[in-house]
Each structure stands twice: as structure tokens, then as C-alpha cells.
Write a protein that binds this ligand. Structure first.
Ligand code: PMP
Ligand code: GLN
Length: 378
């Protein structure tokens, strides 16, 4: 077969979850909770189905859910999106990201990604015929390097993909960094794809700096989020896009032909559930406790912990624990020690190995304890 994506194999998340299942390992690799969501949310789905909400919803999603999202964004970030023309319900963040890219990236357009980055971005740009421009985050700290980003901008730059809180490094952009991005892009017409799927997982009282807070960014941004992360339902694959009307109109041209709509009963359930802000407002405390529990356990090992300021990931330096490279280490850890992790090299185009791996702590306390028990042997 003449392949369109010669460099692409099976995603690391699928590979490591399969290995974890085969080896009966504690799976701290792929990012997903191992506990169920709020029973009230499950009840809302059952009620929606019983009430007959089982046919196609409107193409951009049901209005009640779009209204709830617009209200949330306005309350948290102070920017009002029009639910009719500026919010679209998507099949997870994944479909929102590829749809935004297909909608605006033309063959030959350059798209800047900040490495390490989530694994779908680069193949998405390739499928659109765009040129990937990789700009490294600062080694060690994973902070954006604005001199490097500025140097990467050309007249052909169509978009930049930004992700905060950041998968895999667990860093969170500051207000000053967002302002620097806003200022840097001000004289350009570069678009922003702002992946904010971990928006409600920011720790130690820090604040999520949504692109929606910055008028110069909001005007040029496709903001993407995911209910899978926020409400512990990654398998539902429901997310959304918020973008100015002109960008949303382009987005919907593609959306209507790559998915058309997203499942109806979940949309009704989410609309009802969103009426109460408590579940997402309480999320930072919920996950910070798990982060700290896991970090306390790891403190007894020779893993060196990197800061985890947001997301549900904890990165660790393995250099005191093993002489193996990241990828081999993750295979060995899963097979021999019984704990699955993700090598950071999977988030780099050239497989850069800095001896750091990522654990997901979105797990029951007993799962984290079981993992700590095994890791303590190292
Ligand atoms: N972006 C990032 C940074 C992610 O971590 C994920 C989930 N792994 C996604 C996008 C995709 O989200 P969803 O599951 O809603 O498609
Ligand atoms: N976002 C999740 C992670 O980073 C995995 C999603 C997926 O499996 N594609 O682990």
C-alpha cells in the first residue's frame, strides 16, 4: 500500500495498554481513570435515553449543552462565546483537533508544534498536507522558549498548537507566558489551536490560563476541551470546540463531513450535569490529593520526581534507577515489575531520550498503592 503516514505505527498508548493487560501490570501508562464517574451522570444518560433522545442531534450539538459550555467559559475565563455560532460539540478533543487542522491548514502551510507534544498533532498536520515545524520546549523545565518560537515564524506559518496544562510534562503556562504568546502573534495572522483538555486539573492554587482570557488570543484560537478528562468518562469521547464565529464556520464545514454529530444521550446528560459547577471546581483538590499520595510513595524510591503542576501525570527521571533507555525501561517495567508507564520519547519526532517516563495518577488509591509497592523494589 502507498502509505500516507510512513512514520506512523500504532500509538504508544495502545501499545502500552496491550502490554500492561498481557503482563497483568498496574496500568499507569495510558491516561484514563480506573474508577467510575459520578452516578448522577450515569443516571442522566439513562434518563436521556428513556426520554427518547436517541436520534441525530443538531450538527453542532444540542443547544442546551452549548449554552452550558458558553456559561462555564464566561464564568471562569471572562469571555462570552455565542452558543449558536461559536461552540461545537465534538467526538472528544481528538476529533476537534484534527477537524480544526483540516479546516485551516492548506498544503505547504507551516504549523508550529512545541515538543514534546501529544501524539496526534503531527500526523494530523501531515494528513492536511501541512509542514510540521518542531520547536522544542526548554529542556529540563519544559517552558516555552519565545525566542525559538519567534524564530520559527515565517510568512507561511498558518497555526501554532499550544497545550496547557501540558501532556506529557505536567507544566502549566503562566499568565506572563500567555501574554508573551499574545504579543508575539499580534502582528501576524497566525491561528492558535489551544488544547486545554486538562483545564480543570491545575494544582497548588495555580490558575488555568485559557486562551479565552486573552482577547488577542481568543480572536485567533480554536479552543479544545474534553468531557472525558473532566468527568472521568474518557470512553464517551465527547468534547467541544470554542472559536470565533468565522473560525467555527470553517470548522463546521469539515465537522459535518467527518463525524456530522456526536451521540445524543450523552450530550443531554452532560448539559444537565453541567448545571452544577461543583464537579469541575472540586477536581483540582481531588487530583492534587492523588498526586501527593503517589509522590509520597515515589519519594521512597530512586526515581527523581519532576514537578506536576497540572494534568493527571507525574513524570520521573529514571537515571538513578536503570541504565536502560526510556522505551526499553517502560517495556521492562511493565513486563518485569508489573507497572506500565509511557516513555517521553514517544512525544518527540526524533525519539529524544532524556531518561524521563510518565505515570498517570488518575487511579483508585489502592491502584496507586499497588504500583508504589512494586516500584519500591527498584
Ligand atoms: N489532547 C491531549 C493533550 C490529551 O492528553 C488527550 C487525551 N489523551 C487528547 C487531546 C484527546 O482527548 P479525547 O480523549 O477527548 O479525544
Ligand atoms: N491522552 C491519553 C494519554 O496521553 C491517551 C489517549 C489515547 O489513548 N489516545 O495517555
Amino acid at each position: 500500500v502507498q502509505t500516507k503516514l510512513p512514520a506512523v505505527g500504532t500509538t504508544i498508548f495502545t501499545v502500552m495498554s496491550a502490554l500492561a493487560a498481557e503482563k497483568n501490570a498496574v496500568n499507569l501508562g495510558q491516561g484514563f481513570p480506573d474508577f467510575n464517574c459520578d452516578p448522577q451522570l450515569l443516571q442522566a444518560v439513562t434518563d436521556a435515553m428513556a426520554a427518547g433522545h436517541n436520534q441525530y442531534p443538531p450538527m453542532p450539538g444540542i443547544l442546551a449543552l452549548r449554552e452550558a459550555i458558553a456559561a462555564k467559559i464566561e464564568n471562569l475565563y471572562g469571555h462570552r462565546y455565542d452558543p449558536q455560532s461559536e461552540i461545537t460539540i465534538t467526538a472528544g478533543a481528538t476529533q476537534a483537533i484534527i477537524t480544526a487542522i483540516l479546516a485551516v491548514v492548506r498544503p505547504g502551510d507551516e504549523v508550529i508544534v512545541l515538543e514534546p507534544c501529544y501524539d496526534s498533532y503531527v500526523p494530523n498536520i501531515d494528513l492536511a498536507g501541512g509542514t510540521v515545524v518542531r520547536v522544542p520546549l526548554t529542556p529540563g523545565s519544559f517552558r516555552p522558549d519565545f525566542a525559538k518560537i519567534s524564530a520559527a515564524l515565517t510568512p507561511r506559518t498558518r497555526a501554532i498548537i499550544v497545550n496547557t496544562p501540558h501532556n506529557p510534562s505536567a507544566t502549566v503556562w503562566t499568565e506572563a507566558e500567555m501574554r508573551q504568546l499574545e504579543d508575539l502573534l499580534a502582528p501576524t495572522d497566525v491561528l492558535v489551536i489551544s488544547d486545554e483538555v486538562y483545564e480543570h486539573m491545575v494544582y497548588a492554587g495555580a490558575r488555568h490560563e485559557s486562551a479565552a482570557r486573552f482577547p488577542g488570543l481568543a480572536a485567533r484560537s480554536f479552543i479544545v476541551s474534553s468531557f472525558g478528562k473532566t468527568y472521568h468518562v474518557t470512553g464517551w469521547k465527547v468534547g467541544y470546540l470554542a472559536a470565533p464565529a468565522a473560525l467555527s464556520a470553517e470548522f463546521r464545514k469539515v465537522h459535518q463531513f467527518n463525524v456530522f454529530t456526536v451521540n445524543t444521550p450523552m450530550q443531554h446528560a452532560l448539559a444537565r450535569y453541567m448545571a452544577d459547577p461543583a464537579p469541575y471546581l472540586e477536581l483540582p483538590a481531588f487530583y492534587q490529593r492523588k498526586r501527593d499520595l503517589f509522590a509520597e510513595g515515589l519519594a521512597k524510591t530512586r526515581f527523581k520526581l519532576l514537578p506536576s503542576a497540572g494534568t493527571y501525570f507525574q513524570c520521573v527521571d529514571i537515571s538513578e534507577v536503570s541504565a536502560l533507555g526510556e522505551s526499553d525501561f517502560c517495556q521492562w517495567l511493565t513486563s518485569e515489575i508489573g507497572v506500565a508507564a509511557i516513555p517521553l520519547s514517544a512525544f518527540y519526532g526524533d525519539g529524544f531520550d532524556q531518561r524521563v517516563v510518565r505515570f498517570c495518577f488518575a487511579k483508585k488509591d489502592e491502584t496507586l498503592q499497588a504500583a508504589i509497592g512494586r516500584l519500591a523494589r527498584l
